[in-house]
Write a protein that binds this ligand. Structure first.
Ligand SMILES: Cc1ncc(C[n+]2csc(CCOP(=O)(O)OP(=O)(O)O)c2C)c(N)n1
Ligand SMILES: *[C@@H]1O[C@H](CO)[C@@H](O)[C@H](O)[C@H]1NC(C)=O
Ligand SMILES: *[C@@H]1O[C@H](CO)[C@@H](O)[C@H](O)[C@H]1NC(C)=O
Length: 601
């Protein structure tokens, strides 16, 4: 069965990585997995994640065999007008998460399996194929620990132990016993098998289905380039096409091994025990219950908002990495313990799991930790954009305003990081009311959403009926005689308001951007024009890639606009929040000075 793709793959760029997995793939796709071949994204289907994404051709070949991909299209692999790209992406209906940055598939598969078992309570199963070289990634082992902790017996990892990596052998080579011990030590039911023995594979996958309370790992001893004469198990063939003058020979060789050439393979159908997702918009059941002037940290308002959203939709779930009593995802956990996933201190895996949970719209996932620690999962976030994920990430404890905990806990690069993500909407709410609306909007906004929350208590500045939209800023203070526009967000918006009070006779217009991406360029520009072209930005973030640069790039091409930027620079330190705002030049006092300076000019 594995060879019945008529060998097109051998002429493409990772042929040897595909060949080691050929029997594994054919047994999975035409014996083990249950799915509707004409409806790959059906919610009832078993899921398959090709974590070793460079073996994409073997995945495409399987779906061609299943009848979903036209065989002729396989010849357009990697062409500009063909969705069969070098690595799998969800442009293809049979792909849930993009892979190709190694080490990420199993985390996403964990999210899918957790969702199947605990949220959907359905019978679909999740299969994830990894390379042995890939297993040096720490994120693989974060996922291994997660899967056994949550007893994901609907999850099967397949390790394609073909000994070789890209530039040399993988560290454990064919040491199958060490792989076995590692997998068992991580709490997995483990079978070491001959990955080229179809009968043995059928049996192992069947056994995996019978096991309760543990995920199963199939550790398959294979040979890279299996079946390719004078290439199999040899160094220096990773990622190389077969030389033209050898293609015919090798194809003939392979074709001679096909025993039943024209047999149509047909997967078994899944049981129809998963309801389609309810895709109607999710709204807060009641307006924010805050009064202007109330003191409330936006991080705390996040927890309250998420509970309200959870009341509105069963699909809302929360994840955290052991910071729930700091980010206030704990508020959600207390209200909906069954819809909260503790991911412990493994942020890469948490983001991967959240992305997995959100596939096929099964959940609306909110994952939170200190914003600083999301940088650790940046590659997962970057891949999330390619995966077309709608995951929501919430980062608390931004900036120097966290105070005494010191610089290791302060996110000062997160705006830059998330602004650079192509599908990302960046919310930076400045009070409890706007935080609640940011959470509501995130749940309904496609792409990745990032919500930046702050630690200090700040005043509520909006009334409960204030309307918020993505990309629409608020002018929070203005008069006809304003002479400078000040743009702040989070704590620095409050500093800007304090500066406005200090400067009573020099009127300043204060803007709350609400979303940093997209940024409301027209409101900012209109204000700037009304205030003599003078803009001051002030942010609890580094200058690079933050609010100030976002504003600059929005107005930079306009004549007569001058942007003065106040931002954190250098490595901060511990201290009281207000002391740190002062020390790093972003407090009301510094804003007032900057305003005076613009007058002096
Ligand atoms: C995070 C990451 N690092 C490096 C690479 C480059 N790369 C692609 S394939 C590969 C070797 C993979 O070896 P293995 O996981 O054993 O897969 P196989 O031998 O089956 O091809 C490398 C280093 C990558 N894609 N992702
Ligand atoms: C299989 O199909 C091909 C192409 O349709 C045909 O040429 C060949 O004779 C068939 N082989 C068998 C054994 O039926
Ligand atoms: C979180 O909970 C732990 C255990 O109860 C406690 O020690 C810690 O101080 C709490 N952290 C915060 C930020 O409240």
């Amino acid at each position: 069965g594995c060879l019945s793709t008529r060998g097109h793959r051998v002429n493409r760029v990772h042929p040897t990585s595909c060949c080691s997995a050929a029997e594994l793939m054919s047994v999975l796709f035409f014996h083990t997995m249950r799915y509707k071949a004409d409806d790959p994204r059906n919610q009832c289907n078993d899921r398959f994640v090709l974590s070793k994404g460079h073996a994409a051709p073997v995945l495409y070949a399987a779906w061609a065999e299943a009848g979903f991909v036209k065989e002729a299209d396989l010849l357009n692999l990697r062409k500009i007008d063909c969705d069969l790209e070098g690595h799998p992406t969800p442009k293809l209906e049979f792909v849930d998460v993009a892979t190709g940055s190694l080490g990420q598939g199993l985390g996403a598969a964990c999210g899918m399996a957790y969702t199947g078992k605990h949220f959907d309570k359905s019978s679909y199963r999740v299969y994830c194929m990894l390379g042995d070289g890939e297993c040096s990634e720490g994120s693989v082992w974060e996922a291994m620990a997660f899967a056994s902790y949550y007893q994901l017996d609907n999850l099967v990892a397949i390790l394609d132990i073909n000994r070789l990596g890209q530039s040399e052998a993988a560290p454990l080579r064919h040491d199958m016993e060490t792989y076995r011990k590692r997998c068992e030590a991580f709490g997995w039911n483990t079978y070491v098998v001959d990955g080229h023995d179809v009968e043995e594979l059928c049996k192992a996958f069947w056994q995996a289905q019978q096991v309760k309370g543990k995920p199963t790992c199939i550790v398959a001893k294979t040979f890279k380039g299996k079946g390719l004469k004078n290439i199999e198990d040899l160094d220096n063939w990773h990622g190389k096409p077969i030389p033209k003058d050898r293609v015919d020979d090798l194809l003939n060789d392979l074709q001679a091994q096909i025993q039943v050439p024209n047999k149509t393979l047909c997967p078994e159908l899944p049981s129809d025990d998963t309801a389609p997702a309810d895709l109607s918009p999710i709204s807060l059941p009641s307006p924010p219950a805050y009064k202007k002037g109330d003191k409330m940290a936006t991080r705390r308002a996040y927890g309250t908002a998420l509970v309200k959203l959870g009341q509105a939709s069963q699909r809302v779930v929360a994840l955290d990495g052991d910071t729930k009593n700091s980010t206030f995802s704990e508020t959600f956990k207390k209200a909906f313990p069954d819809r909260y996933i503790e991911c412990f201190i493994a942020e890469q895996n948490m983001v991967g799991v959240a992305i997995g949970c959100a596939t096929r719209d099964r959940t609306v996932a909110f994952a939170s930790t200190f914003a600083a620690f999301l940088s650790r999962a940046y590659d997962q976030i970057r891949m999330g954009a390619i995966s077309q994920t709608n995951v929501n990430l919430v980062g608390s404890h931004c900036g120097v305003s966290i105070g005494e905990d010191g610089p290791s806990q302060m996110a000062l690069e997160d705006l830059a990081m998330f602004r650079a993500i192509p599908t990302c909407t960046v919310f930076y709410p400045s009070d409890a009311v706007s935080t609640e609306r940011a959470v509501e909007l995130s749940a309904n906004t496609k792409g990745i959403c990032f919500i930046r929350t702050s630690r200090p208590d700040t005043a509520v500045i909006y009334s409960p009926d204030e309307k918020f939209e993505v990309g629409v800023a608020k002018v929070v203070r203005q008069s006809d005689s304003d002479q400078v526009t000040v743009i702040g967000a989070g704590v620095t918006l409050h500093e800007a308001l304090a500066a406005a009070d200090m400067l009573a006779r020099k009127n300043i217009r204060v803007i709350d951007p609400f979303t940093i991406k997209p940024l409301d360029a027209s409101t900012i520009l209109a204000s700037a024009r009304a205030t003599g072209g003078q803009i001051i930005t002030v942010e609890d973030h580094y200058k690079e890639g933050g609010l100030g640069e976002a504003v600059l790039s929005a107005v930079g091409a306009e004549p007569g606009i001058v942007v003065t930027r106040l931002a954190v620079s250098g490595v901060p330190r511990s201290g009281k929040p207000q002391e740190l705002l002062d020390l790093f030049g972003i407090s009301a006092k510094h804003i007032a000075n900057a305003v005076r300076q613009t007058f002096a000019n």
